[in-house]
Design a protein around this ligand. Structure first.
Ligand code: NAP
Ligand code: G3P
Length: 484
């Protein structure tokens, strides 16, 4: 890993192709959710610093937009190779910075390597089209539209703490291949991992200024960057609360938003309960439930609910709890505020007579996997996104009631339906108000070239490699009129 990026664990920002320290800057200490140790310090940039960065990005737009796509793709492939080579070291940083278990860290990085390579190749195959005029009433074949894609300019990429590598790269790579400059604003907790990723892109040979970074608390400088007149596109992943706030203040800037979720797993009478339980437990508890696509509620038909709960219990009991390097399933939550919040949701449900099946134990920020049955619709746990290792079970009497409750959520990211009846699967899938329905599988994003979109408060626009490139470029048409 490069020496230029930090000095005595004090991290700089990438500016004009170099890692620069800002004189007289204040620092934010990043401590580990694992043991409270200092991971490093990052710069709390000011409005003036942001202005300087944006000006630099604008000055790099021309050279990058005129760089042939084949050359851009070559640089992305180089970045992917460098990322692959840094896997072990970066995984160590991720583990300590965001307390993600080792296996999930390695998989986040491998998946990102594949993502960058796929993006490079996809970009090479995104061709324009020509459209004739004679199929439109009143026109002859004397006009031709030459449709191309051009970059939008400078993309502001804002990523969340739970995938600081993957959800930074999934914005940076498609934006770059489309010919844009990128300013990365990483999550504060997760910034160090993301700065290492930026270093890798820079080392792969990006011209100076094509990728810059801005660090600082979103609550301090976030509003200023998102409203900046020279930002041409905002690609944001994070909470619905912050996403809606950005959408309100940013003005007429195109944006992609990946926000919160309350993904439901609907389990019908004829489901293979063993397979359903296995998928649900993996989907609900990996990275301690800190995933937008985690299964966040089970809606089960009453007649099979007892058997399902037994199977879920059996599998949740086997989850390993501990620290990231111990190859466990459940690790400490990102901070104590998050742990307090999850605990509050559990307690409120129990106070209202939900039935605790397992868990509700806490050691610092480490919450043990918790399974709660008989959750009813007056409980916050039925509706709110915990972002922690707790799974509520809501019992219903039939398929339509299950669909109705699923759709009452303010969120609409994904849902699963478990059934062996293909007709019921499609009946349910068609009625669920979500971007993706998984049939007999846990909710999850990958593979990353599939469309990924949230209905309602879960997002705006569609990600997924080709979709992201399309979103971060615009159509430009040149019309030829042929005489005679
Ligand atoms: P968050 O608190 O909303 O923060 C996300 C990012 O926004 C961080 O970089 C944060 O910076 C920044 N930010 C905060 N306030 C800002 C402002 N006023 N202007 C601009 N940027 C601002 O979310 P999180 O806790 O990191 O992530 C968890 C949430 O993300 C969950 O709700 C989860 O469901 C959602 N998520 C969604 C998806 C999806 O694909 N749909 C994927 C992953 C996560 P600081 O860190 O400096 O505050
Ligand atoms: O929450 C992060 C989002 O990218 C989902 O990815 O693979 O956890 O479903 P995954």
């Amino acid at each position: 890993m490069s020496l230029e990026i930090s000095n005595n664990n004090i991290y700089k920002n990438l500016y004009d192709g170099k890692w620069e320290s800002i004189p007289n800057i204040k620092f934010i200490e990043i401590t580990s959710p694992v043991d409270g140790s200092l991971v490093g310090k990052i710069e709390a940039m000011t409005k003036d610093d942001v202005d300087k960065v944006v000006t630099n990005s604008k000055s790099a737009e021309k050279v990058w937009s005129e760089t042939p796509i084949s050359k851009r793709a070559e640089i992305l492939h180089k970045a992917a190779d460098l990322l692959e080579a840094s896997k072990s070291e970066l995984s160590d940083i991720l583990q300590i910075e965001i307390a993600k278990d080792r296996k999930s860290c390695l998989s986040e990085i491998s998946r990102t390597v594949d993502f960058i390579k796929f993006t490079a190749d996809e970009g090479k195959h995104m061709e324009g089209e020509t459209i004739g005029a004679d199929n439109f009433p009143g026109f002859n074949n004397n006009k031709l539209s030459l449709v191309t894609r051009v970059p939008v300019g400078t993309v502001l990429a804002i990523s969340p703490f739970n995938y600081p590598i993957n959800l930074s790269a999934s914005k940076i790579a498609p934006a770059l291949i489309a010919g844009n400059c990128v300013i990365l604003k990483p999550p504060t907790q997760g910034a160090i991992s993301a700065l290492h990723l930026a270093d890798i892109f820079n080392k792969a040979g990006l011209p100076p200024g094509v990728l810059n970074t801005v660090t600082g608390q979103g609550s301090s400088i976030g509003d200023y960057i998102v409203k900046h007149k020279d930002i041409n596109f905002i690609n944001f992943t994070g909470s619905t609360e912050v996403g809606k706030h950005i959408a309100e203040i940013a003005g007429m800037v195109p944006m992609l938003m990946e926000l919160g979720g309350k993904d439901a797993a609907l389990v019908l009478e004829d489901a293979d309960l063993e397979a359903a339980a296995k998928n649900i437990v993996q989907g609900a508890y990996s990275y301690s439930g800190q995933r937008c696509t985690a299964v966040k509620r089970v809606i089960a038909i009453d007649s099979i609910a007892d058997e399902l709960v037994e199977k879920l219990k059996d599998k949740v009991e086997k989850l390993k709890v501990g620290m990231p390097h111990q190859d466990v399933d459940i690790t400490p939550l990102i901070n104590s505020k998050a742990a307090d919040f999850v605990e509050g949701l559990i307690q409120e449900a129990l106070d209202k007579n939900a039935k605790l099946i397992l868990g509700n134990k806490r050691n610092g920020n480490l919450l043990y996997p918790t399974l709660i049955d008989n959750v009813t619709l007056d409980m916050r746990l039925a509706w709110e996104e915990p972002f922690g290792p707790v799974l509520p079970i809501i019992r219903v009497s039939n398929i339509d009631e299950a669909i109705e409750i699923a759709n009452q959520s303010e969120y609409g990211l994904q849902s699963s339906v478990f059934t062996t009846n293909i007709n019921k699967a499609f009946y349910t899938a068609k009625k669920l108000e979500v971007g993706t329905v998984q049939i007999n599988n846990k909710t999850e994003r990958g593979p990353d070239h599939f469309p990924f979109t949230g209905f309602k408060s879960s997002g705006l626009g569609t990600q997924g490699i080709r979709y992201s490139i399309e979103a971060m470029s615009r159509i430009k048409s040149i019309v030829l009129t042929i005489e005679g």
